[in-house]
Ligand binder design. Structure first.
Ligand code: ATP
Ligand code: MG
Length: 478
């Protein structure tokens, strides 16, 4: 290091110092100026000769150099007012053999124009920050409404109608449904359709937050509540959701200890921050969701019965996709439009074979699975029509699926002698016919599963008894 400096000619030093920070001052340990450069002198309206050997506080307005030369404490980016402008100063103590010998000071901006330039830059950053803050605030609003909930089947429409009807109420809502059935979408839509729509929509996934953090996440904490806690404390999701809706997703995964705390809040309508003494009242509507069987959990002691009753004021059960086969094509077309926009691939269609195949599948992953299948198909597609080879293997392989079906029905005496009677003709071309074939097949499957009980079969399909009978007539199903 020392050797590197030796190579610099003495005559360069002043220039280098000036370029690094045009305004530089060095004081001894008594705060007497022993060096000050011309740039600094020019700025404060003095000369080097006049300034040197004088106490720094007599020469530079609001200087703290004499203090740093005593305390040995560095002061970085300190605001200092000189000539009516706020300058940004850095002050460093200088040491020799471990003893303070003086201090070095520099002003970060070399002229008012430069300061102006930085100020503009900072101004831009502040504006950007405000923009993102506003956006984060917007993220606390619901993103979907009831128009985004696609489906025409009676089973789906009745659930949607119920959700619409109860949106305005302040009662808790419990959304039950398999994974991917649209629980989150429903929660957004209910909030959007409520009197709280202009308030925040705050979503929290109870299964993804470690148990020990859940309490502070929900209720916030006070300053110094635990090591690592943010200074000044932090608001919890309940406070954030005040005057709005709090969506407690995967409520079935909430640990029992937290369940009691949640119950207390729902009853008292007030919270205590972790480490806090005073209660804070909150006005929050709760929408909870789970794919678990809460009643079973209550019986097993894994979910508090009293909390279950509190949440279960309005229960909305979203039917799985396999119980509303009529919606599959409708939702697929809607998803294709959505994905088309995302991938800049417009007017993509399903081939009739694919339409049949999609209506045959049981969709354990529901609409999320359907969305993934279509996204994958678009990615492997060159033209505009999704055909069988574009589907993932497990959907393409119809033989395998039929064998699967044979396995399911193996103990079923009502099952037709030849399982292949159930398989549709894949040579069907027009979409209308494809859908008819799929519908017919879905009905036959439902009848087989319901062991010939038409009422049960209609229920499985999510359609009314009358429309099931009408369709039986239409398709000559006995
Ligand atoms: N009725 C619907 N119409 C159109 N798209 C839907 C519908 N229901 C769900 N979706 C879409 O399906 C996907 C899954 O929905 P969502 O995340 O709401 O399901 P979920 O029930 O919360 O699932 P999980 O239990 O796995 O969290 C989302 O991309 C959503 O946009
Ligand atoms: Mg979800």
């Amino acid at each position: 290091m020392k050797r590197a400096f030796e190579k610099i000619p003495n005559s360069w030093y002043e220039q280098i110092i000036n370029l690094l920070a045009e305004r530089v001052v060095v004081v001894d340990r008594n705060g007497i100026i022993i060096y000050i450069n011309e740039g600094y002198c020019e700025f404060i309206g003095t000369t080097v000769e006049e300034a040197v050997n004088r106490p720094v506080q007599d020469v530079i307005e609001n200087s703290r150099m004499h203090i740093v030369a005593k305390t040995g404490q560095t002061e970085l980016a300190a605001l200092q007012s000189i000539n009516g402008s706020e300058m940004i100063a850095n002050r460093f103590p200088l040491f020799e053999n471990g003893e303070i010998v003086g201090a070095l000071g520099s002003v970060m901006f070399r002229n008012p124009e430069e300061w102006q330039m930085y100020k503009t830059k900072i101004q831009n950053l502040v504006e950007e920050l405000n923009y993102y803050q506003a956006r984060a605030q917007r993220d606390l609003q619901s993103k979907y409404n009831f128009n985004d909930l696609i489906g025409d089947s009676p089973a789906f429409l009745s659930v949607k109608k119920l959700a619409q009807r109860i949106s305005g109420s302040n009662s808790s809502v419990l959304l039950i449904g398999e994974s991917g059935t649209g629980k989150e979408l429903f929660a957004h839509a209910i909030h959007h359709n409520s009197m709280r729509a202009s308030g925040p929509f705050v979503a929290i996934n109870c299964s993804s937050i470690p148990e020990h953090l859940l309490e502070s996440e929900l209720f916030g904490y006070e300053d110094g509540a635990f090591t690592g806690a943010k200074k000044g404390g932090k608001k919890g999701q309940f406070e954030m959701a005040n005057k709005g809706t709090l969506f407690l997703d995967e409520i079935g995964d909430m640990p029992l200890s937290m369940q009691s705390k949640l119950l207390r809040v729902l009853q008292e309508k007030e919270i205590y921050r972790v480490g806090g003494q005073k209660s804070i009242s909150v006005d929050v509507r709760i929408i909870a969701a789970t794919h678990r069987d809460l009643e079973k959990m209550v019986k097993k002691g894994d979910f508090r019965q009293d909390l279950y009753y509190r949440l279960n004021v309005i229960k909305i059960e979203i039917p799985p996709l396999r119980q509303r086969g009529e919606d599959i094509i409708l939702i697929s077309n809607w998803l294709l439009k959505k994905l088309g926009t995302k991938f800049y691939r417009n007017s993509i269609e399903l081939s009739p074979e694919v339409a049949v195949r999609l209506t045959q599948h049981s969709w354990p992953g529901n609409i999320r699975e359907l969305e993934n299948v279509l996204e994958r198909s678009i990615n492997v597609l060159d033209g505009k029509v999704i055909k069988l080879p574009h589907l993932p293997l497990y959907l393409r392989d119809q033989e395998a699926d039929i064998t699967e079906e044979a396995k399911i029905n193996v103990h079923d005496e009502h099952q037709p002698a030849n399982i292949h009677e159930l398989s549709p003709s894949l040579s069907v071309q027009p979409l209308k016919e494809a859908v008819v074939a799929a519908e017919k097949q879905a009905m036959q499957r439902a009848l087989a599963v319901a062991k010939g009980n038409k009422l049960k079969a209609a229920k499985l399909l999510g359609i009314s008894k009358t429309s099931f009978y009408d369709k039986c007539k239409l398709y000559s199903i006995k």
